[in-house]
Design a protein around this ligand. Structure first.
Ligand code: EPU
Length: 337
């Protein structure tokens, strides 16, 4: 089924809760109807915005052209082998509903990614990651419709060019590609991943939790430090954790011995941006309707009717102060539209 709305308010369609209007808003679970609608409505292909639940965008313009929102939510088991299971899921399903389904069926891999806001279709675009894993590890392939040519095709995991919170789908050259279905290869005999210290600390030493218990622990941790977008507007981590050279990290650690670091590629170190921002005194900062979340400095929040300008101005000030104090340039993780 397809639904087409004109002059559609987007406040409820982005987790930051910012105001913007879509000239046309198309919601569909049917590829053919979507392609027909695009042809008959004479839609400007250069002015398309493809969104899931809008949980990783910052709408900075008062009007956008045509918004396309896929709502196909079918889950299909394609193949079961001795150790693994191949599952296809529609892009429109809520990410955490899918994770819950996989865990309740005993299929392992995605439990550490529990409760991440967003849709299944958005997961590979952003290569969502948390608590020691990222979705790229579990994606077998991604099925796409190129809305500019109506061509449908499937990209293998390698072709998706996944990186840290990155993939080929973020390249502006592929902005007309709509992720339609994602195919996951999950474990039938799950190996629990407790490599992330904070997650491991949720269990007593030596205890071997199952994937359901890991999911519950991840949900507990997320609820304790991250704001629920349904209550306070936000888009999760606003900045990426910066990667610096091991040499720069060594010098910084002389000054800040308590600075936490993540393992990264050889010769480089990843620093938690939340720690850098907190050191600069921003944690819990609030001005008007915008602020830095008091329990996780990496998350900027809209306390009510903030504008994109206010959010971006605050982000600029944070970037500047981190640069001044640490010589590190933070980059945005969210996509500014
Ligand atoms: N920290 C601080 N102050 C803060 C926040 C963090 O000192 O205000 C320190 C913590 O004490 C800890 C370290 O930074 O030592 C890491 O903190 P946390 O475990 O909260 O993770 P993060 O690096 O801040 C990343 C992801 C999150 C993901 C968590 C858990 C990015 C940009 N963010 O955050 O992802 O949930 O790890 O794996 O990589 C998201 O992408 O939207 C997101 C929330």
């Amino acid at each position: 089924m397809i639904k087409i709305f004109q002059n559609y308010p987007l406040k409820q369609s982005n987790s930051f809760g910012l105001d913007s209007i879509a000239h046309l808003f198309i919601e569909t679970d049917d590829q053919k109807e979507l392609l027909d609608a695009l042809n008959t409505n004479n839609i400007d292909q250069n002015n398309l915005l493809l969104i899931g639940t809008g949980s990783n965008i910052l709408l900075s313009v008062p009007n956008v052209g045509t918004v396309i929102h896929a709502v196909n939510t079918d889950i299909t088991i394609l193949e079961v082998s001795r150790d693994s299971v191949l599952i296809k899921c529609g892009a429109g399903l809520d990410w955490d509903e899918f994770v819950e389904w996989t865990v309740s069926h005993g299929y392992g891999g995605l439990e550490n990614l529990s409760l991440i806001p967003g849709s299944v279709g958005a997961a590979p675009i952003q290569n969502i990651g948390a608590y020691g894993t990222e979705v790229a590890i579990w994606v077998e392939s991604v099925s796409v419709i190129d809305l500019s040519t109506s061509r449908q095709f499937t990209l293998s995991r390698d072709e998706c060019r996944f990186g840290y919170r990155d993939s080929l789908f973020k390249d502006p050259a592929y902005r007309s590609w709509l992720v339609w279905e994602v195919i996951f290869l999950l474990d039938k005999d799950p190996r629990v991943n407790l490599t992330y210290t904070l997650l491991k600390q949720e269990f007593s030493t030596g205890y071997q939790p199952d994937i359901k218990e890991v999911r519950e622990a991840v949900i507990r941790i997320r609820r304790s430090k991250l704001p629920d977008p349904a209550e306070i507007g936000n888009a999760g981590s606003f900045f990426k954790n910066p990667v610096i050279s091991a040499c720069q990290a060594r010098l910084l650690r002389e000054q800040y011995p308590e600075m936490p670091t993540y393992y990264h590629d050889p010769g480089t170190v990843k620093i938690p941006a939340g720690w850098l921002i907190e050191q600069c005194g921003w944690k819990g900062f609030r001005e008007g309707h915008v602020g830095v979340y008091p329990k996780q400095a990496l998350v900027l929040v809209n306390y009510g009717s903030a504008t994109a300008y206010e959010v971006l101005s605050l982000a600029d000030r944070i970037v500047e102060s981190v640069k001044k104090s640490f010589g590190i340039k933070l980059e945005m993780e969210i996509r500014v539209i």
